[in-house]
Write a protein of this length. Structure first.
Length: 268
């Protein structure tokens, strides 16, 4: 089977997995995101063995990391929405659920776009498998280690944030990893997908593969910074008049450690 036939199949897998967004459009970018990464990880494993392509244990581990990543993300989001009334209120305000429902054609457009994005993000692993680059495990191993570190960072930051918000719901999290950056979960996300890309840098072949892999990485980094900006605005609106918040927000990097960027764009 040709490579772009596989791409078409994986795109369909991605679309099916994130179709939950038709229930609530924000799910296209949250719960459906995790579902798609799980589905693509499984699909890559199936294609590896069904197609008889070169593979190694590190490549298999990266596919497993996709599944772990997706389960952790979607599971965390579902549990938080079900158990946290304040989060449901924030989510409702952010998505403007009480306003006129989003037109179906807009939802379809979002669905088709995010399906492409999720494949692009995970595509470096498939391209390594398809191109038969299974013998060299050094770079893929480095990528797996980086990705695993990203998952650990996200998991710890989510746990620390939940604990601190339970202790003081009227203040942002400022302890633990949040002393390092204001959005350690977004940092973990960037690290995870950076590992995916790095692990296949010596396996990509042709302009199409390079563009797909690199654009997928660029887009997720952009989305993380955009998410940080929107979070910054919400926090500024709610906590901006508090001295404790000002001392924290104006002196703690927003995403990248040690780089003195405390706010993304205009927030006032």
């Amino acid at each position: 089977m040709g490579i772009w036939a596989y791409v078409g199949i994986f795109y369909i897998v991605s679309l099916i997995c994130c179709a939950v967004g038709f229930k609530k459009y924000v799910y296209f970018l949250s719960v459906g995101y995790g579902f798609s990464v799980i589905g693509l990880g499984v699909a890559y494993l199936v294609s590896t063995f069904a197609g008889g392509y070169a593979w190694n244990i590190v490549t298999i581990l990266q596919c497993i990391l996709f599944m772990i990543y997706g389960c952790r993300l979607s599971g965390f989001l579902i549990v938080r929405e079900l158990k946290n009334g304040n989060y449901r209120k924030v989510l409702k305000e952010a998505t403007k659920e009480d306003e006129k429902p989003m037109p179906i054609f807009v939802k379809i457009a979002i669905w088709l776009c995010v399906g492409i994005l999720y494949f692009a993000q995970t595509s470096p692993v498939f391209f390594r498998i398809y191109n038969g680059k299974g013998s060299n495990v050094v770079l893929p191993l480095i990528g797996v280690i980086i990705s695993a570190f990203g998952i650990i960072l996200e998991s710890i930051s989510d746990k620390q944030k939940s604990a601190q918000k339970a202790e003081n719901p009227n203040m942002v999290a400022t302890k633990g990893l949040f002393k390092m950056v204001r959005c350690p979960n977004y940092l973990g996300e960037i690290i995870f997908w950076t590992g995916v890309l790095i692990g296949s840098l010596n396996a990509l072949s042709g302009v199409g593969q390079w563009l797909t892999a690199v654009i997928g990485w660029i887009l997720i980094v952009f989305i993380m910074f955009n998410g940080a900006q929107r979070l910054d605005r919400r926090q500024e609106k709610r906590y901006g008049s508090m001295k404790e918040y000002r001392d924290y927000a104006d002196h703690t990097p927003i995403i990248i450690p040690l780089i003195p960027v405390y706010h993304v764009g205009k927030y006032k």
